[in-house]
Design a protein around this ligand. Structure first.
Ligand SMILES: NC(=O)C1=CN([C@@H]2O[C@H](COP(=O)(O)OP(=O)(O)OC[C@H]3O[C@@H](n4cnc5c(N)ncnc54)[C@H](OP(=O)(O)O)[C@@H]3O)[C@@H](O)[C@H]2O)[C@@H](O)CC1
Ligand SMILES: Nc1ncnc2c1ncn2[C@@H]1O[C@H](COP(=O)(O)OP(=O)(O)OP(=O)(O)O)[C@@H](O)[C@H]1O
Ligand SMILES: [Mg+2]
Length: 341
């Protein structure tokens, strides 16, 4: 383990994490517990944006939207009546109008909603169509101007690996790379920074955790959750490892549950910090838990996903799939963040 990496103790961090979760109360209106937008869903992938968006609702957001392509829209709607689905994106192969016209239309549709979101999750099942990614780059830039938090996952990481300037310097971004995505990001950033060939070679090695803080520093703002057997989380200042619970099943889609969950915690943590409530006694319990809301949200999301995966595994063992994890989010939330505390 890296020297300055803090291994979090559950009993010490739980009071602080519980403090950011809003109370349930009849005096709160719809939307106050969170509105999340997921940008993803294309010809190939409809499961990933669904997992991310439905997880956001089950963690406790009031509204969860998906922005996807036409073809994916009907499919995602059929998975769940809970999601608000906007089939506004277009891939090159299905485009019948000029690119500029389509881009303007996508942006004008997106602008109707953008201000309302507490967080945008960009990338689960987005695909890699170049035109679609150009549209998403524009959306990211508008979201940044409005200071909307971003969780970047899946093909969103492919996009920002090719164009890191989209998120470098933006502290309201959380990047959630898996091992492959992390290696690609390290290679790109070391290349840009002119780090020596020897260092770049390190990016191919297994010691990814030790590169994490350096990577986060190079990106100068975003918090990075490097997913794996343990999740390592860094904003370039602190590095935490989250090795709570988890399961030995590696079915696809667990990262999508994580991204949607972090999206909700990000909105909650930001509101909590903005109100200055992190200065209170509860939040001092674990001094080492960061004062950066993005890090707090990442730690909470990782803890929850790993708890839900562990619970699902107890019931389903080898047949456990991501739908089983989604079903366990409610129980896991209640075990970690009981209503009424
Ligand atoms: N149901 C759905 O709709 C889902 C859709 N999804 C969406 O798919 C899109 C692409 O995402 P991705 O994760 O498949 O792409 P990427 O990271 O390039 O991995 C590709 C290959 O790399 C390998 N590999 C992966 N992890 C590794 C590891 N830890 N250690 C070592 N190797 C590892 C492994 O290769 P293999 O073992 O097959 O050779 C893997 O197959 C993205 O939009 C995402 O959101 C998913 O969310 C799942 C559910
Ligand atoms: N070897 C492991 N042991 C225990 N938990 C793991 C392991 N690998 C990943 N996880 C958990 O699963 C989560 C998702 O990580 P994973 O590497 O599967 O992401 P991903 O490839 O992006 O997933 P997805 O299939 O959704 O795209 C991590 O946050 C981590 O908590
Ligand atoms: Mg993924």
């Amino acid at each position: 383990m890296q020297e300055d990496m803090a291994s979090l103790k559950l009993d010490l961090i739980l009071p602080a994490l519980r403090a950011i979760v809003p109370a349930l109360s009849a005096s709160r209106h719809k939307g106050q517990a969170g509105k999340v937008g997921v940008i993803g869903g294309c010809r190939e992938y409809t499961g990933a944006p669904y997992f991310s968006a439905i997880s956001a609702l089950k963690v406790g957001a009031d509204l969860s939207h998906v922005f996807c392509t036409q073809g994916a829209g009907t499919v995602i709607k059929s998975y769940s009546p809970e999601l608000i689905v906007h089939p506004i994106l277009e891939e090159s192969y299905e485009m019948k109008k000029e690119k500029k016209e389509v881009l303007d239309k996508v942006l004008s549709e997106m602008r109707k909603w953008l201000d309302r979101f507490d967080c945008l999750v960009v990338g689960p099942g987005l695909g890699r169509d170049p035109f679609l990614l150009d549209c998403v780059s524009e959306i990211i830039q508008e979201a940044k101007q409005k200071e909307i938090p971003l969780v970047i996952d899946g093909d969103g990481l492919f996009l920002i690996t090719n164009s890191p300037e989209l998120v470098c310097g933006y502290p309201l971004a959380v990047l959630t790379p898996n091992v492959n995505e992390h290696k690609r990001l390290v290679a790109k950033m070391t290349d840009i920074s002119g780090v020596s060939a020897a260092k770049t070679k390190e990016a191919d090695g297994n010691d990814l955790a030790s590169q994490l803080k350096e990577l986060a520093k190079m990106m100068g703002g975003p918090t990075i959750v490097q997913k794996g057997k343990e999740d390592h989380i860094s904003d370039g200042v602190s590095v935490f490892s989250s090795d709570f619970f988890g399961s030995p099943r590696r079915c696809g889609g667990q990262g999508d549950v994580l991204s949607g969950s972090i999206g909700v915690f990000m909105g909650w943590a930001r509101a909590f910090f903005a109100a200055g409530r992190n200065e209170g006694a509860t939040f001092q319990v674990e001094e080492r838990l960061s004062k950066n809301p993005a890090v707090v949200a990442a730690v909470a999301g990782s803890l929850l996903l790993r708890k839900a995966a562990s619970n699902a595994y107890v019931h389903k063992k080898r047949s456990m799939v991501t739908t089983d994890i989604v079903e366990q989010i409610g129980t896991s939330m209640e075990e970690l963040f009981p209503v009424g505390i």
